[in-house]
Design a protein around this ligand. Structure first.
Ligand SMILES: Cc1cc2nc3c(=O)[nH]c(=O)nc-3n(C[C@H](O)[C@H](O)[C@H](O)COP(=O)(O)OP(=O)(O)OC[C@H]3O[C@@H](n4cnc5c(N)ncnc54)[C@H](O)[C@@H]3O)c2cc1C
Length: 482
């Protein structure tokens, strides 16, 4: 390898960067991984998926305790929450998982790990802690940070983001959440269940705006019933620090202003790519406010520099970052021209009920001008769901005009887990008749997947034509009642 210190240089030790580091190093590429923070793992481990799902679980348990009577148990008086204890639990889960993402582990795989903030000196070389490091290929995998839009007064308000929310000293008595995307919605329900008075302010008329309105509205109704207040079609006019409390003034569509006050303001208004300080303009790597621009092979405008994970602004999920990291390894190490295909990229919002999605929903099908038919199956018709005390939700399956699946959305208990069957069905191009005929254990939530496939097949099987054929060939005598 003449000229370069490394075959592969990686900037950022989160889901995307770690996937590339582990793949490249194990394949024999001389690999350098550079991380800005003191530990590897990225947002998902330290400030994202892991702490949020740990907190959600704790909130869920408290919710169960408060609702013990609904399960035939004696009513429980649930004492107030000590957030310090919850914080400890979150930290212990992070510490356990951190071992998988340790410097020692990546060193054992063959990758060298350096800590600090690199800056590109030329298109193959970065400067880091006063030294230079060159690599044949680079991957920018520096992730994203909470976007802070220019809201009047916000710079003087001690707001919090996902970076602070999991390590608060105490449970806030009240919280205003700006934004109603997945992070905002998950946190709204979790904090409400822990005992915080939560208000959500959303500019548009729907929460979880990428999802179909019927599904998102159903999530909102559950949260509303639990005590979350929603202000939809509301723009933030001004924010002020009142000392003990913060004030957020919002304006509705009719121009009416309302002043909200709370102990904490959580800003969850989208994400910005982490590209400051990398000096990308010096090396002609194109980017905009959404992120580093990449082609389907994850290549930036410099073909040997890749952009994977949140930093490219495409699909900001851990599994998308891992997938894109794999695409980089295929292209840069194997030299295979593999392209990313997001057709069946699944995701899930971990509210209760969860809202999981794969492929097209109605919104995206309409935007794409695609003809579709919807088939649904409700959780209130699933025996296990009723036994569990879960009645909210449904599965929505979209088929195209050739009756091929376009996508599936699940709103319901453990929707994220239930979606896995569809991940296999859609990626494996399994026929719906195979799914409908496959025996599922009873009583399971999973039967709902078989049932929705059956709703499409039933009218074909139990049709007049089939009945007439059977009557003709086998002399069936027809209805015995009514
Ligand atoms: C509250 C919350 C909950 C979430 N929940 C989920 C979920 O349930 N499921 C899911 O799939 N996704 C979830 N996400 C999204 C998920 O965390 C991200 O999509 C994922 O972390 C992206 O991985 P990444 O490798 O692109 O970036 P990151 O994991 O953020 O890693 C980027 C790394 O680069 C480092 N870095 C940044 N700048 C530099 C620099 N200049 N030099 C060197 N290193 C640098 C950072 O310190 C970081 O370690 C959640 C996010 C949040 C905020």
């Amino acid at each position: 390898m003449p000229g370069y210190d490394y075959d592969m240089g990686i900037i950022g030790g989160g889901a995307a960067g770690l996937t590339v580091a582990s793949g490249a190093a194990q394949l024999g590429a001389r690999t350098l991984l550079i991380e800005k923070e003191k530990a590897l793992g990225g947002d998902c481990l330290h400030y994202g998926c892991v702490p949020s799902k740990t907190l959600i679980r704790t909130a869920h348990v408290r919710h169960f305790m408060k609702n013990a009577a609904a399960y035939g148990l004696p009513k429980v008086d649930v004492p107030p929450v000590d957030y310090g204890e919850i914080r400890k639990r979150i930290q212990s889960v992070i510490t356990t998982i951190q071992k998988h993402d340790s410097e020692a582990r990546f060193c054992s795989l063959g990758a060298r790990v350096e800590f600090g903030c690199p800056a590109f000196m030329d298109e193959h070389t970065v400067q880091l802690n006063g030294k230079t490091y060159s690599a044949k290929n680079w991957v920018i995998a520096s992730g994203s940070s909470p976007a802070i839009p220019p809201v009047a007064g916000l710079e003087k308000v001690p707001y919090i983001t996902n970076k602070e929310i999991f390590s608060l000293d105490r449970l806030p008595e009240s919280m205003i959440i700006l934004g109603a995307g997945p992070i905002a919605t998950e946190m709204a329900q979790a904090f409400c269940r822990l005992g915080t008075r939560v208000s959500v302010v959303q500019r548009s008329g729907q929460i979880l705006s990428k999802e179909d309105k019927d599904m998102a509205d159903a999530v909102m109704e559950v949260l509303r019933a639990e005590g979350v207040t929603f202000y939809l079609n509301a723009s933030v006019e001004n924010t002020r620090d009142l000392g003990q409390e913060r004030e957020v003034t919002i304006k509705d569509k009719a121009g009416q202003t309302t002043r909200l006050t709370a102990e904490r303001v959580l800003v969850a208004l989208g994400r910005s790519p982490n590209i400051d300080g990398l000096q990308l303009d010096r090396i002609d790597v194109a980017f905009d406010r959404k992120g580093v621009k990449v082609d389907e092979r994850m290549r930036t405008t410099q073909k040997h520099i890749y952009g994977a994970g949140d930093v490219n602004g495409a699909y900001q999920f851990t599994h998308a970052a891992g997938y894109e990291g794999g695409i980089v390894v295929s292209n840069a190490v194997f030299h295979l021209p593999r392209k990313a295909n997001y057709t069946f990229l699944p995701w899930c919002t971990y509210t209760d009920p969860e809202l999981a999605s794969i492929g097209m929903n109605e919104k995206r099908a309409k935007e794409g001008g695609i003809e579709y038919t919807v088939y649904t199956e409700a959780f209130e018709d699933n025996d296990r769901s009723l036994a569990e005390g879960e009645k909210v939700g449904k599965v929505k399956m979209l088929l195209d005009k050739d009756e091929k699946p376009l996508g599936v959305q699940i709103l319901g208990p453990q929707a994220g887990e239930l979606l896995s069957e569809w991940v296999a069905v859609l990626n494996g191009r399994v026929k719906l008749s195979t799914l409908a005929a496959a025996v599922h254990p009873y009583p399971t939530l999973g039967e709902i997947n078989k049932r929705v496939a059956g709703t499409y097949l039933s009218p074909k099987i139990f049709s007049d034509r089939v009945r007439k054929g059977l009557k003709f060939f086998f002399h069936l005598k027809g209805r015995a009642c009514g």
